[in-house]
Design a protein around this ligand. Structure first.
Ligand code: TMP
Ligand code: ASP
Length: 235
């Protein structure tokens, strides 16, 4: 499948049309940004790791019955995906306090939550992706009540599948962000699942193995992505 026209360039990925109108090529860049792209950098070979990691996790979720936009891996940096209409709501699933939740509620990082916490953020960089709820989403017509019920149910299921998978490679899934889209009237998972969009802590040492190493200038960033890649492909 060859790339035709670039139709979208985001901070970490580019989307190209193909000769099939319902399929796109999703290309993963090495560019890294944080804090609404006020911090910018490059994580060498991140695009390769994120492409392959996402492909493996999408396959895992597909086998668990989660509808996904991923079709197949094309090469090191590209995957074929279904062309969805992205719902501009970032869904965060949290198992342990960290990042935005710790900041918002004045909580230490690392507190295990009694039950997974779902958060919705309006996907809008100029507004700094504000926290919104189901009422905002319906009032702004970002998604219907029925669609959000489906999204919440799928997000919790994805959390269960991923938590179990990562436990097998001695990684604690702290939190992660998902994006969904509409395809032929149905809600399906889109975007990526990678160390850019998840917090991964080594279950024995607590070492951070994700993009927080870039956000917080912790060093050994490439090594963390490579380590996650190795562990994910070890089973
Ligand atoms: P947060 O604690 O900063 O809200 O992040 C929650 C999770 O979402 C974390 O695993 C990182 C991921 N995330 C993204 O994928 N994109 C973003 O723009 C932000 C802020 C977080
Ligand atoms: N993608 C976000 C940005 O650049 C940052 C993040 O992942 O923290 O704004």
């Amino acid at each position: 499948m060859t790339k035709l026209e670039k139709i979208y360039e985001g901070k970490a990925k580019i989307l190209y049309t193909t000769k099939k109108p319902h399929l796109l090529i999703q290309y993963f860049k090495d560019d890294a940004t944080a804090f609404d792209a006020t911090k910018r950098g490059t994580i060498l070979e991140k695009g390769i790791y994120n492409n392959k990691i996402s492909a493996k996790l999408f396959e895992l979720l597909k086998n668990a019955g989660v509808p996904i936009h991923f079709v197949r891996l094309l090469n090191d940096r590209e995957m074929l995906v279904k062309k969805v209409e992205i719902i501009p709501v970032e869904v965060t699933v949290r198992n342990i306090t960290a990042g935005g939740m710790s900041k918002m509620l004045g909580l230490a990082e690392g507190i295990k939550l009694e039950k997974p916490v779902l958060e919705y953020h309006y996907k809008n960089d100029s507004l700094h992706d504000p926290l919104i709820n189901d009422d905002h989403i319906q009032a702004l017509k970002l998604a219907t009540e029925k669609e959000m019920k489906k999204i919440a149910r799928l997000s919790l299921k994805i959390n269960e599948v991923l938590k179990d998978f990562f436990a097998k490679v001695n990684v604690t899934l702290v939190d992660f962000k998902l994006e969904f889209g509409r395809f032929k009237g149905k809600i399906i998972l889109a975007d990526e699942i990678s160390p850019d969009t998840c917090r991964f802590w080594d279950s024995s040492t607590g070492e951070k193995l994700d993009k927080d190493r870039f956000r917080r200038d912790l060093g050994n960033i490439e090594e963390a992505y490579k380590e996650m890649y190795k562990r994910i492909f070890s089973i």
